[in-house]
Design a protein around this ligand. Structure first.
Ligand SMILES: [Zn+2]
Length: 279
């Protein structure tokens, strides 16, 4: 499912084609997308809005309008946005916006967990701030800030970095990749990381996310870039989904376990905790 690198890829692709454009005609055909709001009403409100900016916060895509309203899009499991001059039939399309240059923005979602929320002026930031912690790629996100987010937490470090209220945008894939880069076992309690481990995790989170962005995200099932293409990050995973394959650092086979209730991949050689992996 889309995490920060996938949503950031979508943002970068949509920004040049959406900014300055007006949504001429918006159609929302799935009431789940906007509930509890009426999809007909939301579509009517969106029609005529002109796009001023396309931002991202965590895994949210934010389409800001000149009216100071904002559309907060969360792709959840299988949502994707397509920008095209023509649209072919698609039974999983949930919404369409015709732009004033004749092109289309289409929203597709097989499992229908995605959401569109139209925020009135001044509503978007409080809504997002209540749900999201720090952005891991901004300059002000330092090792110290990461340490503050994890301090005193007895939960496994994987659960802590998946918690969107602590760290925004990291999901199951990039959590495993970041912990491998940092050589930290996913089950180690978050509050027990020492200074060196926090530094390594800070570097690991950023490196894993930036690697994903550089490859346009990871396409496992439904994720597509807005031009219909696939990401390439799935070919570059260090541990995610690689059970039994050798670790590229130490050669030990990657293992799969469960942490934070999620399938979790790690290297028993270079991510030891407690230090008993070789007994
Ligand atoms: Zn290893």
């Amino acid at each position: 499912m889309p995490e920060l690198p996938e949503v950031e890829t979508v943002r970068r692709r949509l920004e040049p084609v959406l900014v300055g454009r007006r949504l001429d005609r918006v159609e929302i055909v799935d009431p789940r997308l906007t509930r509890p709001e009426d999809p007909l009403e939301v579509a009517a409100e969106l029609s005529g809005e002109r796009v001023e900016a396309v931002d991202r916060r965590g895994k949210y895509l934010i389409v800001r309008f000149e009216s100071c309203r904002a559309l907060l899009v969360h792709l959840r499991m299988t949502g994707s946005l397509l920008h095209a001059d023509e649209l072919s039939e698609d039974p999983h399309r949930r919404a369409t916006a015709e732009l004033d240059d004749g092109s289309y923005l289409a929203y597709r979602d097989v499992r229908r967990f995605g959401t569109w929320l139209l925020a009135e002026p001044g509503e978007a930031e409080p809504y997002l701030d209540a749900r999201l912690g720090r952005e891991p790629l901004v300059g002000s996100f330092t090792t110290k800030r990461l340490g503050e987010a994890l301090a005193g937490r007895r939960a496994p470090v994987k659960a802590a970095i998946l918690d969107q209220r602590r760290l925004a945008g990291v999901g199951n894939i990039y959590a495993d990749e970041a912990l491998w880069r940092a050589r930290i076992h996913p089950q180690k309690p978050a509050g027990e990381l020492d200074e060196d481990e926090l530094k390594a995790l800070h570097r690991g989170v950023r490196a894993a996310l930036n690697a994903g962005i550089a490859r346009q995200g990871a396409t496992l099932r439904d994720y597509r870039t807005p031009d219909g293409g696939s990401g390439r990050m799935q070919h570059e995973f260090k541990v995610y989904g690689r059970e039994g394959e050798p670790c590229e650092r130490c050669g030990r086979p990657i293992e799969k376990t469960r942490a934070a209730g999620r399938g979790t991949w790690f290297c028993p050689g270079c991510q030891q905790w407690p230090h008993t992996a070789d007994n």
